[in-house]
Design a protein around this ligand. Structure first.
Ligand code: NAG
Ligand code: NAG
Length: 368
Protein backbone atom coordinates (compact mmCIF):
# COMPACT_ATOMS: atom_id res chain seq x y z
CA UNK A 1 0.00 0.00 0.00
CA UNK A 2 2.79 2.40 0.86
CA UNK A 3 4.43 1.56 -2.47
CA UNK A 4 1.25 2.25 -4.39
CA UNK A 5 0.74 5.56 -2.60
CA UNK A 6 4.25 6.53 -3.44
CA UNK A 7 3.86 5.72 -7.12
CA UNK A 8 0.68 7.75 -7.30
CA UNK A 9 2.23 10.70 -5.49
CA UNK A 10 4.95 10.77 -8.10
CA UNK A 11 2.42 10.47 -10.92
CA UNK A 12 0.31 13.28 -9.51
CA UNK A 13 3.37 15.46 -9.18
CA UNK A 14 4.76 14.77 -12.66
CA UNK A 15 1.53 15.00 -14.54
CA UNK A 16 0.21 18.06 -12.78
CA UNK A 17 3.19 19.82 -14.32
CA UNK A 18 2.73 18.64 -17.88
CA UNK A 19 -1.05 18.52 -18.25
CA UNK A 20 -2.04 20.69 -21.16
CA UNK A 21 -4.00 23.79 -20.23
CA UNK A 22 -5.91 24.26 -23.47
CA UNK A 23 -9.01 22.42 -22.18
CA UNK A 24 -10.78 23.62 -19.07
CA UNK A 25 -10.89 20.94 -16.40
CA UNK A 26 -14.27 19.45 -15.58
CA UNK A 27 -15.12 19.06 -11.90
CA UNK A 28 -18.73 18.11 -11.94
CA UNK A 29 -21.62 16.29 -10.35
CA UNK A 30 -25.20 15.29 -11.06
CA UNK A 31 -27.90 16.81 -8.86
CA UNK A 32 -30.91 14.49 -8.43
CA UNK A 33 -33.91 16.80 -8.70
CA UNK A 34 -36.02 14.38 -6.62
CA UNK A 35 -33.80 15.29 -3.62
CA UNK A 36 -35.13 18.85 -3.96
CA UNK A 37 -36.66 19.10 -0.47
CA UNK A 38 -33.77 17.52 1.46
CA UNK A 39 -30.94 18.78 -0.74
CA UNK A 40 -31.92 21.89 -2.74
CA UNK A 41 -29.60 23.12 -5.48
CA UNK A 42 -28.86 26.10 -3.23
CA UNK A 43 -27.08 23.69 -0.83
CA UNK A 44 -24.38 22.92 -3.41
CA UNK A 45 -20.94 24.33 -2.57
CA UNK A 46 -20.30 25.75 -6.03
CA UNK A 47 -16.65 26.55 -5.25
CA UNK A 48 -15.90 22.82 -5.63
CA UNK A 49 -17.34 22.37 -9.13
CA UNK A 50 -17.22 23.73 -12.66
CA UNK A 51 -20.42 22.07 -13.95
CA UNK A 52 -23.57 20.71 -12.31
CA UNK A 53 -25.94 18.39 -14.18
CA UNK A 54 -29.66 18.54 -13.54
CA UNK A 55 -30.98 14.96 -13.29
CA UNK A 56 -33.26 14.30 -15.16
CA UNK A 57 -35.95 15.12 -17.69
CA UNK A 58 -37.52 12.52 -19.98
CA UNK A 59 -39.01 12.86 -23.43
CA UNK A 60 -42.65 11.98 -23.93
CA UNK A 61 -43.01 8.38 -25.18
CA UNK A 62 -44.97 9.46 -28.27
CA UNK A 63 -44.01 13.02 -29.23
CA UNK A 64 -40.40 12.74 -27.94
CA UNK A 65 -40.64 16.30 -26.67
CA UNK A 66 -39.25 16.88 -23.17
CA UNK A 67 -41.98 16.75 -20.56
CA UNK A 68 -41.89 19.50 -17.95
CA UNK A 69 -44.49 19.32 -15.19
CA UNK A 70 -45.54 22.37 -13.16
CA UNK A 71 -43.33 21.44 -10.21
CA UNK A 72 -40.40 20.64 -12.51
CA UNK A 73 -40.84 24.01 -14.11
CA UNK A 74 -40.02 25.82 -10.85
CA UNK A 75 -37.29 23.32 -9.91
CA UNK A 76 -35.58 23.90 -13.27
CA UNK A 77 -35.80 27.66 -12.97
CA UNK A 78 -34.56 27.60 -9.39
CA UNK A 79 -31.68 25.29 -10.33
CA UNK A 80 -30.16 27.49 -13.01
CA UNK A 81 -30.82 30.81 -11.29
CA UNK A 82 -29.33 29.53 -8.02
CA UNK A 83 -26.16 28.10 -9.59
CA UNK A 84 -25.33 30.60 -12.30
CA UNK A 85 -22.97 32.30 -12.93
CA UNK A 86 -20.84 30.42 -10.39
CA UNK A 87 -20.94 27.12 -12.28
CA UNK A 88 -22.16 25.97 -15.68
CA UNK A 89 -25.41 24.07 -15.70
CA UNK A 90 -26.26 21.13 -17.94
CA UNK A 91 -29.68 19.59 -18.42
CA UNK A 92 -29.41 15.80 -18.36
CA UNK A 93 -32.01 13.77 -20.23
CA UNK A 94 -32.72 10.14 -19.37
CA UNK A 95 -31.35 8.25 -16.36
CA UNK A 96 -30.70 4.69 -15.28
CA UNK A 97 -34.26 4.07 -14.12
CA UNK A 98 -35.94 5.13 -17.36
CA UNK A 99 -37.17 2.97 -20.22
CA UNK A 100 -34.38 2.77 -22.83
CA UNK A 101 -36.92 1.82 -25.51
CA UNK A 102 -38.25 5.38 -25.56
CA UNK A 103 -34.80 6.54 -26.67
CA UNK A 104 -34.48 3.64 -29.10
CA UNK A 105 -37.72 4.64 -30.82
CA UNK A 106 -36.89 8.34 -30.73
CA UNK A 107 -33.49 7.78 -32.33
CA UNK A 108 -34.83 5.46 -35.02
CA UNK A 109 -36.34 8.04 -37.40
CA UNK A 110 -35.30 11.44 -38.63
CA UNK A 111 -38.64 12.96 -37.72
CA UNK A 112 -38.63 11.75 -34.11
CA UNK A 113 -34.99 12.77 -33.67
CA UNK A 114 -35.87 16.21 -34.95
CA UNK A 115 -38.76 16.58 -32.53
CA UNK A 116 -36.56 15.51 -29.61
CA UNK A 117 -33.64 17.75 -30.58
CA UNK A 118 -35.85 20.76 -31.12
CA UNK A 119 -37.54 20.32 -27.76
CA UNK A 120 -34.21 19.76 -25.92
CA UNK A 121 -32.88 23.07 -27.23
CA UNK A 122 -36.11 24.93 -26.53
CA UNK A 123 -36.26 23.66 -22.93
CA UNK A 124 -32.51 24.05 -22.35
CA UNK A 125 -32.63 27.69 -23.45
CA UNK A 126 -35.93 28.48 -21.75
CA UNK A 127 -34.48 27.60 -18.33
CA UNK A 128 -31.05 29.10 -18.93
CA UNK A 129 -28.87 25.99 -19.16
CA UNK A 130 -25.37 26.03 -20.66
CA UNK A 131 -25.63 22.56 -22.13
CA UNK A 132 -27.48 19.31 -22.73
CA UNK A 133 -26.55 15.78 -21.67
CA UNK A 134 -27.99 12.44 -22.76
CA UNK A 135 -28.06 9.52 -20.34
CA UNK A 136 -29.54 6.66 -22.41
CA UNK A 137 -28.92 3.46 -20.46
CA UNK A 138 -28.34 1.81 -22.86
CA UNK A 139 -28.62 1.23 -26.60
CA UNK A 140 -29.23 -2.53 -26.88
CA UNK A 141 -28.22 -3.38 -30.45
CA UNK A 142 -25.68 -2.30 -33.08
CA UNK A 143 -28.58 -0.60 -34.92
CA UNK A 144 -29.45 1.48 -31.86
CA UNK A 145 -25.79 2.45 -31.53
CA UNK A 146 -25.86 3.57 -35.16
CA UNK A 147 -29.02 5.61 -34.50
CA UNK A 148 -27.37 7.21 -31.46
CA UNK A 149 -24.42 8.19 -33.66
CA UNK A 150 -26.85 9.77 -36.13
CA UNK A 151 -28.67 11.56 -33.32
CA UNK A 152 -25.41 13.18 -32.21
CA UNK A 153 -24.68 14.37 -35.77
CA UNK A 154 -28.08 16.04 -36.12
CA UNK A 155 -28.07 17.35 -32.56
CA UNK A 156 -24.71 19.07 -33.03
CA UNK A 157 -25.84 20.56 -36.34
CA UNK A 158 -29.00 21.92 -34.69
CA UNK A 159 -27.00 23.39 -31.79
CA UNK A 160 -24.66 25.14 -34.21
CA UNK A 161 -27.52 26.51 -36.22
CA UNK A 162 -29.40 27.74 -33.17
CA UNK A 163 -26.26 29.43 -31.84
CA UNK A 164 -25.69 31.20 -35.15
CA UNK A 165 -29.35 32.20 -35.49
CA UNK A 166 -29.49 33.64 -31.98
CA UNK A 167 -25.91 34.99 -31.73
CA UNK A 168 -25.24 33.02 -28.55
CA UNK A 169 -22.53 30.56 -27.57
CA UNK A 170 -23.71 27.07 -28.54
CA UNK A 171 -25.10 24.81 -25.84
CA UNK A 172 -22.63 22.14 -24.71
CA UNK A 173 -23.47 18.56 -25.69
CA UNK A 174 -22.36 15.63 -23.55
CA UNK A 175 -23.43 12.05 -22.85
CA UNK A 176 -23.22 9.63 -19.96
CA UNK A 177 -21.89 6.35 -21.30
CA UNK A 178 -21.07 2.77 -20.26
CA UNK A 179 -17.71 2.29 -18.52
CA UNK A 180 -16.28 0.63 -21.66
CA UNK A 181 -16.60 1.63 -25.31
CA UNK A 182 -18.23 -1.69 -26.15
CA UNK A 183 -20.55 -4.04 -24.29
CA UNK A 184 -18.15 -6.94 -24.24
CA UNK A 185 -19.99 -8.68 -21.38
CA UNK A 186 -23.39 -8.59 -23.08
CA UNK A 187 -24.99 -11.29 -25.21
CA UNK A 188 -25.68 -8.79 -27.95
CA UNK A 189 -22.31 -7.34 -28.71
CA UNK A 190 -22.40 -3.67 -29.64
CA UNK A 191 -20.04 -0.71 -29.47
CA UNK A 192 -20.53 3.05 -29.34
CA UNK A 193 -20.16 4.99 -32.59
CA UNK A 194 -16.84 6.56 -31.65
CA UNK A 195 -16.33 8.75 -34.76
CA UNK A 196 -19.68 10.45 -34.11
CA UNK A 197 -18.94 10.89 -30.41
CA UNK A 198 -15.54 12.35 -31.22
CA UNK A 199 -16.89 14.76 -33.77
CA UNK A 200 -20.10 15.90 -32.13
CA UNK A 201 -19.82 15.83 -28.33
CA UNK A 202 -17.89 18.13 -26.01
CA UNK A 203 -17.03 15.24 -23.72
CA UNK A 204 -18.42 11.99 -22.35
CA UNK A 205 -19.18 11.10 -18.74
CA UNK A 206 -17.87 7.56 -18.35
CA UNK A 207 -19.91 5.74 -15.71
CA UNK A 208 -17.11 3.99 -13.83
CA UNK A 209 -19.24 2.21 -11.20
CA UNK A 210 -21.84 -0.50 -10.52
CA UNK A 211 -19.47 -3.26 -11.68
CA UNK A 212 -20.75 -5.33 -8.77
CA UNK A 213 -24.02 -5.25 -6.89
CA UNK A 214 -27.05 -7.01 -5.49
CA UNK A 215 -27.41 -9.15 -8.63
CA UNK A 216 -24.46 -11.23 -7.41
CA UNK A 217 -24.58 -12.03 -3.71
CA UNK A 218 -21.95 -14.79 -3.75
CA UNK A 219 -19.15 -12.46 -2.70
CA UNK A 220 -18.41 -8.88 -1.72
CA UNK A 221 -17.06 -6.55 -4.41
CA UNK A 222 -15.52 -3.20 -5.16
CA UNK A 223 -18.28 -1.78 -7.35
CA UNK A 224 -16.05 0.94 -8.78
CA UNK A 225 -12.72 -0.91 -8.81
CA UNK A 226 -9.91 1.09 -10.40
CA UNK A 227 -8.05 -2.15 -11.14
CA UNK A 228 -9.17 -5.75 -11.38
CA UNK A 229 -6.40 -8.29 -11.97
CA UNK A 230 -8.98 -11.01 -12.73
CA UNK A 231 -11.10 -9.31 -15.43
CA UNK A 232 -11.50 -6.30 -17.69
CA UNK A 233 -14.31 -4.95 -15.53
CA UNK A 234 -12.53 -2.02 -13.97
CA UNK A 235 -12.26 1.72 -14.38
CA UNK A 236 -8.71 1.56 -15.75
CA UNK A 237 -9.66 -1.09 -18.34
CA UNK A 238 -12.86 0.74 -19.28
CA UNK A 239 -11.07 4.05 -19.81
CA UNK A 240 -8.35 2.28 -21.80
CA UNK A 241 -11.01 0.81 -24.07
CA UNK A 242 -12.35 4.30 -24.79
CA UNK A 243 -8.87 5.61 -25.56
CA UNK A 244 -8.05 2.60 -27.76
CA UNK A 245 -11.35 3.09 -29.61
CA UNK A 246 -10.14 6.57 -30.56
CA UNK A 247 -11.75 8.98 -28.11
CA UNK A 248 -9.26 11.72 -27.18
CA UNK A 249 -8.26 11.70 -23.50
CA UNK A 250 -9.46 15.28 -23.20
CA UNK A 251 -12.98 14.10 -23.99
CA UNK A 252 -13.04 11.59 -21.14
CA UNK A 253 -14.54 12.52 -17.78
CA UNK A 254 -14.26 9.85 -15.10
CA UNK A 255 -17.29 8.88 -13.05
CA UNK A 256 -16.89 8.62 -9.28
CA UNK A 257 -19.62 7.17 -7.06
CA UNK A 258 -20.76 8.97 -3.92
CA UNK A 259 -22.40 5.73 -2.80
CA UNK A 260 -21.53 2.15 -1.99
CA UNK A 261 -23.00 -1.30 -2.57
CA UNK A 262 -23.63 -3.59 0.39
CA UNK A 263 -23.51 -7.33 1.13
CA UNK A 264 -24.05 -9.71 4.07
CA UNK A 265 -20.86 -11.57 4.87
CA UNK A 266 -20.97 -15.31 5.34
CA UNK A 267 -18.74 -14.80 8.36
CA UNK A 268 -17.39 -11.67 9.99
CA UNK A 269 -14.02 -13.45 10.15
CA UNK A 270 -13.55 -13.23 6.38
CA UNK A 271 -14.24 -9.64 5.42
CA UNK A 272 -12.10 -8.33 2.53
CA UNK A 273 -13.06 -7.50 -1.07
CA UNK A 274 -14.17 -10.82 -2.59
CA UNK A 275 -15.11 -12.39 0.78
CA UNK A 276 -17.91 -14.98 0.65
CA UNK A 277 -21.35 -13.39 1.03
CA UNK A 278 -24.82 -14.79 1.60
CA UNK A 279 -27.06 -11.91 0.60
CA UNK A 280 -27.47 -8.18 0.31
CA UNK A 281 -26.53 -5.77 3.09
CA UNK A 282 -28.17 -2.65 4.50
CA UNK A 283 -29.56 0.27 2.51
CA UNK A 284 -32.33 0.70 -0.04
CA UNK A 285 -31.59 -1.68 -2.94
CA UNK A 286 -28.42 -2.67 -1.05
CA UNK A 287 -26.92 0.77 -1.69
CA UNK A 288 -25.94 3.57 0.68
CA UNK A 289 -24.80 7.11 -0.05
CA UNK A 290 -21.35 8.09 1.19
CA UNK A 291 -23.08 10.16 3.85
CA UNK A 292 -25.10 7.13 4.99
CA UNK A 293 -21.94 5.01 5.02
CA UNK A 294 -20.21 7.55 7.29
CA UNK A 295 -23.21 7.51 9.66
CA UNK A 296 -23.28 3.70 9.59
CA UNK A 297 -19.55 3.49 10.30
CA UNK A 298 -19.91 5.84 13.28
CA UNK A 299 -23.05 4.35 14.77
CA UNK A 300 -22.02 0.72 14.32
CA UNK A 301 -18.33 1.33 15.13
CA UNK A 302 -17.57 -0.37 11.85
CA UNK A 303 -14.10 -1.54 10.91
CA UNK A 304 -12.88 0.45 7.89
CA UNK A 305 -10.41 -1.01 5.39
CA UNK A 306 -8.62 0.02 2.23
CA UNK A 307 -8.14 -2.50 -0.56
CA UNK A 308 -4.98 -1.58 -2.51
CA UNK A 309 -5.67 -4.06 -5.34
CA UNK A 310 -8.95 -2.48 -6.43
CA UNK A 311 -8.21 0.95 -4.90
CA UNK A 312 -11.43 1.01 -2.89
CA UNK A 313 -12.67 1.38 0.67
CA UNK A 314 -14.86 -1.03 2.58
CA UNK A 315 -16.33 -1.20 6.05
CA UNK A 316 -18.11 -3.88 8.04
CA UNK A 317 -19.94 -4.24 11.31
CA UNK A 318 -20.94 -7.78 12.23
CA UNK A 319 -21.76 -9.33 8.87
CA UNK A 320 -22.96 -6.09 7.22
CA UNK A 321 -20.40 -5.11 4.57
CA UNK A 322 -20.15 -1.98 2.39
CA UNK A 323 -17.84 -1.35 -0.58
CA UNK A 324 -17.48 2.36 -1.39
CA UNK A 325 -15.13 5.19 -2.26
CA UNK A 326 -13.64 7.26 0.56
CA UNK A 327 -11.10 10.09 0.69
CA UNK A 328 -8.16 7.72 0.16
CA UNK A 329 -9.51 5.88 -2.90
CA UNK A 330 -10.84 9.14 -4.36
CA UNK A 331 -7.40 10.74 -4.04
CA UNK A 332 -5.76 7.83 -5.84
CA UNK A 333 -8.41 7.75 -8.56
CA UNK A 334 -8.05 11.46 -9.22
CA UNK A 335 -4.29 10.93 -9.39
CA UNK A 336 -4.93 8.20 -11.94
CA UNK A 337 -7.26 10.46 -13.95
CA UNK A 338 -4.54 13.13 -13.97
CA UNK A 339 -1.87 10.63 -14.99
CA UNK A 340 -4.19 9.43 -17.78
CA UNK A 341 -4.58 13.08 -18.85
CA UNK A 342 -8.35 12.91 -18.65
CA UNK A 343 -10.50 16.03 -18.84
CA UNK A 344 -11.96 15.73 -15.36
CA UNK A 345 -14.40 13.86 -13.18
CA UNK A 346 -18.04 13.78 -12.22
CA UNK A 347 -19.88 12.45 -9.18
CA UNK A 348 -23.08 10.49 -9.04
CA UNK A 349 -24.57 12.13 -7.09
CA UNK A 350 -23.78 15.41 -5.36
CA UNK A 351 -26.34 14.85 -2.56
CA UNK A 352 -24.46 11.74 -1.35
CA UNK A 353 -21.46 13.60 0.07
CA UNK A 354 -20.96 14.18 3.79
CA UNK A 355 -19.99 17.73 4.73
CA UNK A 356 -18.34 18.12 1.28
CA UNK A 357 -15.56 15.79 2.41
CA UNK A 358 -15.19 13.88 -0.87
CA UNK A 359 -15.95 16.78 -3.21
CA UNK A 360 -13.31 18.88 -1.44
CA UNK A 361 -10.76 16.08 -1.49
CA UNK A 362 -11.34 15.56 -5.22
CA UNK A 363 -11.17 19.24 -6.10
CA UNK A 364 -8.01 19.76 -4.06
CA UNK A 365 -6.28 16.68 -5.51
CA UNK A 366 -7.19 17.62 -9.06
CA UNK A 367 -5.85 21.13 -8.57
CA UNK A 368 -6.90 24.30 -10.41
C1 NAG B 1 -34.26 28.16 -4.82
O1 NAG B 1 -34.75 27.37 -3.76
C2 NAG B 1 -34.05 27.52 -2.54
C3 NAG B 1 -34.54 26.48 -1.54
O2 NAG B 1 -35.92 26.29 -1.62
C4 NAG B 1 -34.21 28.94 -2.04
O3 NAG B 1 -33.53 29.13 -0.82
C5 NAG B 1 -33.63 29.87 -3.11
O4 NAG B 1 -33.83 31.20 -2.73
C6 NAG B 1 -34.24 29.63 -4.47
N1 NAG B 1 -33.47 30.38 -5.42
C7 NAG B 1 -34.00 31.10 -6.38
C8 NAG B 1 -33.03 31.88 -7.22
O5 NAG B 1 -35.18 31.11 -6.60
C1 NAG C 1 -38.34 24.28 -32.90
O1 NAG C 1 -39.46 24.20 -33.72
C2 NAG C 1 -40.25 25.39 -33.77
C3 NAG C 1 -41.49 25.10 -34.60
O2 NAG C 1 -41.16 24.58 -35.84
C4 NAG C 1 -39.39 26.52 -34.34
O3 NAG C 1 -40.13 27.72 -34.37
C5 NAG C 1 -38.16 26.69 -33.47
O4 NAG C 1 -37.30 27.68 -34.03
C6 NAG C 1 -37.42 25.40 -33.35
N1 NAG C 1 -36.35 25.57 -32.38
C7 NAG C 1 -35.10 25.19 -32.62
C8 NAG C 1 -34.12 25.43 -31.51
O5 NAG C 1 -34.73 24.61 -33.62
Amino acid sequence: MAGLKFVFSILIFVFSMVVAVDHESIKSAYWPSWDYSTFPASAIDTSLFTHIFYAFLMPDAVSYKLMVSKSECSTLANFTSTLKPKVKTILSIGGGDEDPNIFARMAATKMSRKSFINSSIEVGRKYGFDGLDLDWEFPKTPEEMQDLGELFVEWRAALKKEATDTCRPPLLLTAAVYFASDFFLAEVHRAYHVPSIKKNLDWINVMCYDYRGSWDTSSTGAHAALFDPASLVSTSDGLKSWIEAGVPRKMLVMGLPLYGHTWQLESHHIHGVGAPAVGVGPGINAQMTFSEVMDFNNKQSAVVGFDPVTVSMYSYAGTSWIGYDGPMSITLKIGFARAFELRGYFFWAVSGDKDWKISKQASMTWGP
